[in-house]
Design a protein around this ligand. Structure first.
Ligand code: ZN
Ligand code: ZN
Length: 450
């Protein structure tokens, strides 16, 4: 008998390869839906940020996001950054909203894109893989930095100060200073003008009392600036050109009357060294953790006794506090450095002990002293923070309610918006050829030719 070749019947059920294809399509499809939903999320974050919705005791929109949604701080900062950037980059925003460009690509592109370069970078995002986009963006930033460094160097080279004598013997100044040096000079001139003003006022008062109301004419601003420069030169030569340690240079000194410190309602003075008045609440915050020098004044204002400088929170206790609290204790903050806040102010007899102290960052120290936020320690040792309206501010907020099938909800919403998202929506146009980043930047970057 001849052997018979039986044709094998192809089974009607799909093989494992086709099944995996379908699984892959489903992954691509859902990812595009998630990107489209992320675009919507970023729109909401941008609006919330712009309208200051986070400004309820939180340091920033990112800090709020991290607290409320549970993002890690880095990811929260990145969301806020991308949300803000997309506000001025409509093409990239739209590509994300249509599920055509992944969040990872958009995140990378928004680091360098400007309204002028957005279109070109969008093309890069569509053509390349996420890895290509990342490499192009890195090359782009190098080019940006190069261009910026060239500009800074050009400005720095052009710094100059010309001093020459005019025909009548007056000395003329003309110059260009870099911005930070200029700021320093402007600040120094302002301080010198203020000193001269105080001196003039004091001598005017004595002149008035002795000469019966004759006071010299007030100099013009230009004249005051000239006098101020003279004082600067004199002071610099007198002090031997020593700029001092940074800590001394930016020290803030507050003069505050003891009764005002204990009770914000009590009359008394709280003034900065330069004469600026600050609120009693502010001086209580500054005194909460500070170097303290107690001076006794006689009724006529003369200083009669000056005590030694002491730290309100001694170094050993500060180390223990840092070790226990690790960072700012305000819900959702956790900034690693802070100030020791007295839960009961020392001016009220609150002891400087671990149980009466809590570490708070500068922002949140202000919140509890000046913005009406309250903090107290419960008998179980836990801190409880309250908003100014008395509502409790929980360490961890309650989770949001989500639909039973969030994926279905996405699809339904995107369909209702007329979005057609399918497994090939976010496919790059790349065909597998190698990427030449240097060439790409030369072609794409507007300053590459320079
Ligand atoms: Zn405090
Ligand atoms: Zn804080």
């Amino acid at each position: 008998m001849e052997p018979t070749l039986l044709a094998r019947v192809i089974p009607p059920t799909p093989g494992p390869a086709a099944e995996l294809d379908r699984l892959g399509d489903e992954i691509a499809d859902l990812s595009a839906h998630l990107d489209a939903a992320t675009a919507h999320l970023l729109d909401l974050i941008r609006e919330f940020d712009a309208r200051g919705g986070w400004n309820t005791g939180f340091r920033s929109c990112a800090a709020w996001l991290s607290w409320r949604v549970g993002l890690d701080p880095g990811a929260a900062r990145e969301r806020v950054r991308v949300a803000r950037a997309l506000g001025t980059l409509p093409r990239l925003a739209q590509a994300l909203a249509r599920g055509e460009l992944s969040y990872a690509k958009v995140r990378a592109l928004t680091r360098v894109a400007t309204p002028e370069t957005e279109e070109r970078l969008l093309a890069v995002g569509r053509a390349g893989t996420a890895e290509h986009v990342e490499r192009i963006v890195r090359g782009w930033r190098r080019m940006d930095r190069k261009a910026e460094a060239r500009e800074t160097a050009r400005r720095h080279t052009s710094r100059a100060l010309h001093v020459y004598q005019d025909e009548d013997g007056m000395v003329v100044l003309r110059g260009r200073l870099s911005p930070e040096v200029g700021a320093l000079l402007v600040q120094a001139l302002a301080a010198a003008r203020e000193t001269l003003y105080q001196q003039r006022r004091a001598s005017d008062v004595s002149a008035e009392t002795s000469l019966g109301g004759v006071s010299a004419e007030t100099p013009t601003l230009a004249q005051q600036q000239a006098d101020a420069l003279a004082l600067l030169a004199e002071t610099a030569l007198h002090r031997g050109m020593d700029p001092g340690a940074p800590g001394e240079r930016y020290q803030v000194v507050v003069h505050v009357d003891a009764p005002a410190l204990a009770d914000p309602e009590a009359p008394g003075q709280s003034v900065l060294e330069d004469g600026t008045r600050v609120s009693a609440e502010t001086s209580r915050r500054l005194a909460c953790d500070a170097s303290r020098v107690v001076m006794r004044h006689a009724p006529d204002g003369h200083v009669v006794e000056v005590g030694a400088r002491t730290r309100t929170v001694p170094p050993a206790l500060r180390r223990a506090l840092q070790h226990r609290d690790r960072g700012c204790r305000f819900p959702g903050c956790g900034l690693p450095f802070g100030q020791g806040h007295h839960l009961r102010h020392w001016a009220h007899g609150g002891p400087t002990t671990l149980s009466n102290l809590a570490l708070l960052c500068r922002r949140h120290h202000r919140a509890v002293h000046e913005e009406g936020y309250q903090v107290e320690r419960h008998p179980d040792g836990e801190l409880r923070f309250r908003r100014p309206d008395g509502r409790l501010l929980p360490e961890v907020p309650p989770p949001a309610a989500i639909p039973a099938d969030p994926v279905h909800a996405f699809r339904a919403r995107h369909e209702a918006q007329g979005l057609s998202i399918h497994p090939r929506t976010a496919m790059p146009g790349w065909l597998g050829e190698p990427l030449d980043v240097g060439y790409a930047i030369d072609v794409l970057h507007p300053l590459a030719a320079g």
